[in-house]
Design a protein around this ligand. Structure first.
Ligand SMILES: NC(=O)c1ccc[n+]([C@@H]2O[C@H](COP(=O)([O-])OP(=O)(O)OC[C@H]3O[C@@H](n4cnc5c(N)ncnc54)[C@H](OP(=O)(O)O)[C@@H]3O)[C@@H](O)[C@H]2O)c1
Length: 297
């Protein structure tokens, strides 16, 4: 099997390079080798490699910046995936694409299921929703994995921000009224590899699936958990255990509005595949172990 991976240097792309390796030959490209803003070059690149599976981990992910760069976000998150989907249909390839909790407006009182109506609150969410639609309308074999609150040892993310802030500052303020599920890039990459295998065994229907860890917390809850673990591991922190103040979204104004409820119901995916998606803390603990080790170097 030949697998073409876009976005190999992103949080998820980095982990996919590992998890996809037992499935076949991987051609992994970064932005320099396949720029989603250059549509003609992208068409040439994709047909040169003629892969059986195309995995798109490239995306415009700067949520606040997208408010002032919506056209660019659409180019990368929707127009480029449309090209991938076109080619996948032509070549009979399977296309894997990733989307986000930010396609929803967060007003539902319970976790979102795959068939709930999207209603993005910000430009990034609109561009990602347009990407989902482009892949679906492309008519190719596809999986769209919606995920949320992604973190990994490779790349920038909230856990790393809190880790650094805790070392530098005595007190922190973190939003407590947005809830969701922190999901590790490792978990996303592992489930993606299993899903590709399941596709070829006719075990997983194509379409949109919610791929997150299990359980729920808030950004405040995740920040407290991170600091607690840092203290437990003996990491020297300026911020003490009770030094995080919970605040409401309005106290931390940002250019892009965020959904209050980012919870995605992952039960359909785990039931269909017959395996279990661990609680969010499982992979956060692994990430913290990695941060502790990198601190020790
Ligand atoms: N991060 C989250 O919290 C989150 C939440 C929900 C869903 N998702 C979705 O999950 C997927 C993976 O996210 P992630 O966290 O791994 O993102 P990430 O770490 O920001 O990685 C995105 C990758 O896309 C590449 N990229 C950006 N613009 C490009 C362009 N014009 N051409 C080619 N490549 C380009 C980046 O290249 P450089 O390395 O050169 O910048 C980067 O390697 C995305 O579809 C994202 O929308 C993410």
């Amino acid at each position: 099997m030949k697998i073409l991976l876009f976005g190999k240097n992103g949080q998820v792309g980095h982990e996919l390079l590992r998890s996809l390796s037992p499935l076949g030959e991987i051609i992994a490209l970064d932005r320099r080798e396949a720029d989603f803003e250059n549509k003609d070059a992208l068409r040439r690149t994709i047909s040169t490699h003629a892969a059986d599976v195309i995995v798109n981990a490239a995306a415009y992910t700067a949520v606040d910046q997208a408010e002032s760069e919506e056209e660019r976000a659409f180019l990368i998150n929707a127009e480029a995936p449309a090209i991938l989907a076109d080619y996948a249909r032509y070549n009979g390839s399977l296309l894997i694409h990733f989307s986000t909790d930010y396609v929803f407006d967060g007003t539902k009182p319970s976790p979102y299921i795959e068939t709930d109506r999207p209603n993005p609150l910000n430009a990034y969410g609109r561009s990602k929703l347009a990407g989902e639609q482009a892949v679906q309308q492309g008519g190719c074999h596809h999986f769209i994995f919606r995920t949320s609150w992604v973190y990994g040892i490779h790349g920038h993310n909230f856990i790393k921000t809190i880790w650094k802030a805790g070392k530098e500052r005595e007190s922190l303020k973190v939003v407590a009224d947005q809830v969701g599920t922190p999901t590790s890039a490792e978990l996303i990459a592992d489930v993606t590899a299993l899903s590709i295998a399941a596709f070829y065994a006719d075990l997983l229907p194509e379409g949109i699936h919610h791929l997150t860890a299990s359980g729920t917390t808030s950004w405040y809850g995740l920040a407290c958990y991170t600091l607690e673990k840092a203290h437990e591991k003996g990491i020297s922190m300026k911020a003490g255990l009770n030094s995080i103040t919970p605040i409401v979204t309005e106290e931390w104004p940002l250019p892009a509005a965020r959904p209050r409820n980012s919870r995605l119901d992952n039960s359909a995916l785990s039931e269909r595949l017959g395996f279990f998606l661990p609680e969010w803390s499982f992979h956060v603990d692994r990430m913290i172990e990695q941060l502790v080790r990198s601190d020790a170097i």
